[in-house]
Design a binder for this molecule. Structure first.
Ligand SMILES: Nc1nc2c(ncn2[C@@H]2O[C@H](COP(=O)(O)OP(=O)(O)OP(=O)(O)O)[C@@H](O)[C@H]2O)c(=O)[nH]1
Ligand SMILES: [Zn+2]
Length: 198
């Protein structure tokens, strides 16, 4: 599968989601014909298509399209990559930051492609654990680095606006492959992402 960046809304999907959002609005007792809401089914339909646009994209192809042979064998860390996803249980947002590192094995990758694949996997219905592993395995399988590490810190709206209603809890998930399974390499990465450069 090739990949495309999100550019256009499918007419068919827009119509289908529109009628479903219209039913949801009616279902909660709102008047779908009033001025402020009349276009809401279409807006919500387009917003949902954007937020789930990761299904149509191939993240491995994104990485493969920007791999460059380079004799660099040290750690590359990209931290504080902001991410927005939807939890698959409630379809409410969870959001936070991803911190990603890899140690090349003959190839580096265009830096922007790492946040791009975060977006691809985040723009699907997700759980934070699977999102973490999706990113990890994609980099590991495509770039075949000496090691890869992914840490995600996120807040879940389904735990904030409803349900248990905890406003300040942050969930951290992590995955380590290759060299990062060694404690000293892992600690160097964790130190770099913690802003502790002493
Ligand atoms: N492990 C994991 N759980 C998640 C994630 N996002 C949401 N959840 C949880 O999914 C669970 C679904 O549990 P259920 O008991 O079926 O749903 P619920 O009755 O709405 O649960 P409450 O949120 O506790 O009210 C909840 O505990 C959510 O907090 C995630 O990314 N990872
Ligand atoms: Zn949820």
């Amino acid at each position: 599968m090739s990949y495309r960046f999100f550019e256009e809304y499918s007419e068919e999907t827009t119509e289908e989601l529109k009628s479903n959002f219209s039913n949801i609005i009616k279902g909660i007792g709102e008047d779908v014909t009033r001025e402020g809401i009349i276009k809401t089914p279409e807006r919500a339909s387009k917003a949902m298509q954007f937020l789930t646009s990761g299904y149509d994209m191939d993240p491995a192809a994104i990485l493969e399209g920007a791999m460059f042979a380079e004799d660099y064998n040290d750690m590359v860390v990209i931290k504080d990559i902001e991410l927005y996803s939807l939890c698959e249980h409630h379809m409410l947002p969870f959001f936070g930051k991803a911190h990603i590192a890899y140690i090349p094995n003959g190839h580096i990758v265009g830096l922007s492609k790492i946040p791009r694949i975060v977006d691809v996997f985040a723009r699907r219905l997700q759980v934070q654990e699977r999102l973490t592993h999706d990113i990890l395995e994609c980099i590991n399988g495509t770039l075949k680095p000496q090691g890869v590490a992914v840490v995600i810190e996120a807040s879940h709206m389904c735990m904030m606006m409803r349900g248990v209603q905890k406003q300040n809890s942050v969930t951290t998930t992590s995955g380590f492959r290759g060299q990062f399974e060694k404690i000293e390499t892992r600690n160097e990465f964790l130190k770099l992402i913690s802003n502790d450069l002493s």
